[in-house]
Design a protein around this ligand. Structure first.
Ligand SMILES: Cc1cc2nc3c(=O)[nH]c(=O)nc-3n(C[C@H](O)[C@H](O)[C@H](O)COP(=O)(O)OP(=O)(O)OC[C@H]3O[C@@H](n4cnc5c(N)ncnc54)[C@H](O)[C@@H]3O)c2cc1C
Ligand code: SF4
Ligand code: SF4
Length: 415
């Protein structure tokens, strides 16, 4: 039995990832995603759901179930980084895509290649909202230009899957490019829905440090002396690597701030206030995708530096299909690939290395305190607990106990 039995409990228990699959399955007349008072993307329940529909949504909701990579991957399973079929540094071959994108533009170039080569008919991903530039909408792209229009990282509420079921119903062959929790939802759906399993041919993702609130974006905007009402453009990065946070108003005023200052400058009035689901995320490195594409940070003295440079990704092929896609895209001239050693991942993505070790102990605390939690399988929990060692396990366990005692794993619902 899942530890939650109603969709409202997913939200109240701090487990909602904000993916929007529930809206897609139920229809926007019954559930519509909105930015809740918490500042995160959450479902608003407009009509009661019948029991069968609610059960089928709960079965695929990534706030309820997270099933890790299947045993067929086990031969190439890294204890921390999950399945690694092949590992490269990568970037879009087209310099315009590379410059515009969040990092090296690999995901956008792969999306373009999948459409160009007619391997799929549609790419489900996201795009900045045209009406409210701080917000992010699900985007279904049918042309390479549309894919390019959705490049860059959207750090904030981003219900990526609200359009998924409609595209499946259209009969299109689909690739999804989205966050790891969105891919968890897609893989859950593919397990129970034949059409989804037949038509969703590729899942591509990124490493994800978590989703901040909309209030974070608002603080950035007001820090620069603007009002959210005036905005024409709000982007966190891109147009360079990592690129600047950039704000432009409809009347032509603009401001920008480096990636380093935006996220690491002491004294700025915002913090990376990610949702609770992110703090217990069993997979923020995209183990379930065919390809996961984090930043390929440049290291100096064993630490990442964020000086502006031509964009680079690491491309981790998780599956044979993902590896074949990387090779085909390279041969067709869409991406560049160079070798990369898996020992480079830990210094480059230290936060994710630590988080993999920390999360299982947080689940023990949730279980111990009888709190709502995800049902997590196949994520090597025992191995990770052993690798973490007793001091880290104890620190994470007691840290989570305090969080629970303060009610910080709970969320008020405002719908
Ligand atoms: C919330 C968030 C947190 C991240 N944290 C990390 C991190 O900790 N470490 C790290 O190495 N990289 C992180 N990234 C990923 C990084 O910023 C790059 O997006 C990634 O490396 C891919 O680069 P790219 O140039 O290939 O992407 P692009 O070619 O620019 O393509 C990005 C693709 O991802 C889609 N996308 C963007 N934002 C979202 C979103 N919010 N939800 C769903 N889909 C989205 C876009 O629609 C686009 O198709 C994060 C990204 C996001 C959105
Ligand atoms: S995680 Fe996704 S499917 Fe589950 S309640 Fe939240 S938005 Fe809906
Ligand atoms: S950290 Fe996990 S739950 Fe949070 S947005 Fe990223 S993938 Fe989703």
């Amino acid at each position: 039995m899942p530890s939650v039995s109603k969709l409202e409990d997913v939200v109240a228990g701090g487990l909602c990832a904000g993916c929007g699959l529930c809206e897609s399955m139920a229809g926007s007349n019954r559930i519509s995603m909105h930015v809740a008072k918490s500042g995160y993307s959450r479902p608003r329940f407009k009509e009661p759901l019948d029991e069968t529909l609610e059960k089928s949504i709960l079965a695929v909701c990534p706030g309820v179930n997270a099933v890790g990579p299947t045993p067929s991957h086990r031969s190439k399973m890294h204890d921390i980084w999950g399945p690694i079929e092949a590992l490269y540094r990568s970037h879009a071959a087209d310099e315009t895509i590379r410059h515009r994108a969040a990092a090296g533009g690999t995901l956008t170039a792969l999306g373009c290649f999948l459409l160009h080569s007619k391997k799929v008919d549609a790419i489900v991903h996201v795009k900045a909202s045209a009406k409210e530039p701080m917000l992010t909408d699900c985007q279904v792209s049918y042309t390479p230009d549309e894919v390019i229009g959705g490049s860059q990282s959207r750090y904030g509420p981003s219900p990526a899957l609200t359009g998924l079921c409609e595209v499946i119903q259209s009969g299109a062959r689909i690739a999804v490019i989205a966050k790891p929790c969105d891919i968890t939802a897609v893989r859950n759906l593919m397990r129970v829905d034949d059409r989804a399993s037949r038509q969703i041919l590729y899942c591509l993702t990124l490493f994800c440090g978590g989703i901040p609130t909309i209030q974070t974006s608002e603080k950035v905007v007001s820090f620069h002396g603007f009002s959210p009402r005036d905005l024409k453009t709000f982007r966190w990065r891109g147009y360079g690597w990592p690129g600047h946070t950039y704000i432009e108003t409809a009347d032509g005023r603009s401001a920008k701030m480096s990636y380093e200052d935006t996220w690491h400058k002491p004294g700025v009035p915002w913090s990376n206030d990610v949702q609770f689901r992110c703090k217990i995320c069993p997979d923020s490195i995209g183990e379930l995708a065919d390809i996961s594409c984090p930043d390929g940070w440049v290291l100096e003295d064993g630490k990442p530096v964020y000086h502006e440079a031509p964009g680079l990704n690491i491309a981790i092929a998780r599956t044979e299909k993902g590896h074949a896609l990387l090779n085909a895209a390279q041969q067709a001239g869409f991406i560049g690939l160079t070798p990369c050693d898996q020992n480079e991942l830990a210094p480059m993505h230290k936060g994710h290395f630590n988080k993999k070790l920390q999360v299982p102990a947080r689940y023990i605390a949730l279980w111990f305190m009888r709190q709502p939690r995800l049902r997590v399988r196949n994520y090597r929990a025992l191995t990770l607990l052993r690798l973490a060692g007793l001091p880290m396990v104890w620190a994470e366990f007691t840290g989570m106990l305090s969080r629970i005692q303060m009610g910080r794993n709970r969320e008020k619902t405002d719908s």
